[in-house]
Ligand binder design. Sequence first.
Ligand SMILES: C[S@@+](CC[C@H](N)C(=O)[O-])C[C@H]1O[C@@H](n2cnc3c(N)ncnc32)[C@H](O)[C@@H]1O
Length: 247
Amino acid sequence: MQAAQTTVDPAEVAKFEAMAAEWWDVNGKFKPLHMMNPCRLDYITQQIAKQFDRDLTSPEPFKGLRLLDIGCGGGLLSEPMARLGAEVVGADAAEGNIPVAQIHAEQQGLDIDYRHTTAEALAEAGEQFDVVLNMEVVEHVADPLAYLTACQKLLKPGGLMLCSTINRNPKSYLVAIIGAEHIMRWLPKGTHEWNKFITPGELVELIKNAGLEPVDRTGFVFNPIAWSWSLSDRDLSVNYVTASVKR
Ligand SMILES: C[S@@+](CC[C@H](N)C(=O)[O-])C[C@H]1O[C@@H](n2cnc3c(N)ncnc32)[C@H](O)[C@@H]1O
């Protein structure tokens, strides 16, 4: 681990250390992320293509883009980004995630630079990226503003940050904690703390205070009848994502 770790919440990171071996088990403790992945990737690829004027029908549309997947976990998003041609750095504060991600990428024949480090340490080292993927991490850090400020520093001018998290309201308590952890048992009890969830209004303010310009917010909505996730520009009541740009 490199120098600064100010935004790391050790108790949160310990939860992910304990689950590291399960990242690629589609029916394991990360089942919700696997279920959300097609919907998340749809949003991520569309936003990157829009910002950098890329043709998603071309073979490697993200070639030439340097992308940081911060809080990469086992690499569920790093791998598809590498397949699309991006030069990917995957970074995570939980040390145990890194060999899991590295071994899986090697098995897939993908070249991804996985590192046990933090956004602050990468920013201190002067690293620069076209895209920062910041998916489902901000609700697990100790200081969201310091963390997002480090992410802002990591972007080149014109760079794009995609940041997803969970809204904080009675519905998100019922769905993301009671439903996902206690009833469906998709996640271990205690994975999420409701008071660390962030409303879209709060996240937009944090992003602005970190020095980025928010350009989009979209909901990830689960349909229990279709048993699938979709994007919504109206329903940000539980899971949602924001896009912001460094001017
Ligand atoms: C819910 S997982 C999301 C994984 C991945 N981004 C995805 O969406 O598939 C949260 C990840 O963030 C990592 N994490 C938590 N706090 C962090 C921090 N301050 N810096 C970097 N990674 C962190 C955890 O170890 C965990 O792997």
